[in-house]
Design a protein around this ligand. Structure first.
Ligand SMILES: C[S@@+](CC[C@H](N)C(=O)[O-])C[C@H]1O[C@@H](n2cnc3c(N)ncnc32)[C@H](O)[C@@H]1O
Length: 185
């Protein structure tokens, strides 16, 4: 069965080509970073952000062990500063996996205000045809504030400029996660 990250990886695989420039906005244990590094290849580039030092050290080890190309930069900073690290119109794919790291400190989860700032910043960074992949979680420790803020923001995106496709685990109980793809037209 498709987990939300696998679902999003399906679209990321379609999007990211050798030479692509990508951002992992929520590095965590580096699962998405590893995929982006592999797909972008030696000619590509990947920037990955997290506010936890431990995420950087775990991801660094993971990427070295996996033998991905040396095409990544791991950045200890909030994704809400991402425009300081890349130029407008240069990015092929930006990945957000919101919430907290399973097994980590739940207090260090993504927060509505900084997530919205980061999403706002991500759009001008995208090339035409570029994509944001977004996994939204809710319920439990996470609550609903971030989900509701992000869904309200998505709804307002100009349909002439962005395609927003939201999937639903329609028959799954207990606030299932929501996978979203935004494409810049
Ligand atoms: C669900 S986890 C990401 C999982 C990751 N993609 C993976 O494959 O393991 C969310 C991550 O976002 C990070 N985070 C929280 N606030 C952040 C912020 N403002 N900027 C960047 N990362 C942030 C957390 O530290 C946590 O590691």
């Amino acid at each position: 069965m498709y987990q939300i990250t696998e679902w999003c990886h399906h679209f990321i695989r379609e999007q990211v080509r050798p030479g692509s420039f990508c951002i992992d906005a929520t590095m965590g244990n580096g699962g998405d970073t590893e995929l982006l590094c592999r797909l972008a290849g030696p000619e590509g580039r990947v920037l990955a952000f997290d506010i936890q030092k431990s995420a950087l050290s775990r991801t660094e080890k993971r990427l070295r062990d996996a033998g991905v190309p040396d095409n990544f930069r791991l950045i200890l900073d909030s994704h809400s500063h991402m425009t300081q690290y890349a130029d407008a119109g240069t990015i092929d794919c930006i990945v957000f996996n919101l919430g907290y790291l399973p097994g980590g400190d739940h207090r260090l989860a993504t927060k509505p205000a900084s997530t919205l700032r980061a999403l706002e910043q991500s759009l001008p960074l995208l090339k035409k045809g570029g994509m944001v992949s977004l996994c939204i979680y809710s319920g439990g420790d996470t609550g609903f504030e971030e989900r509701d803020a992000v869904l309200a923001w998505l709804k307002e995106l100009d349909p002439r400029k962005y395609l927003v496709v939201l999937s639903s685990y329609y028959n799954r109980p207990n606030n299932p996660p929501i996978p979203v793809i935004i494409q810049k037209l």
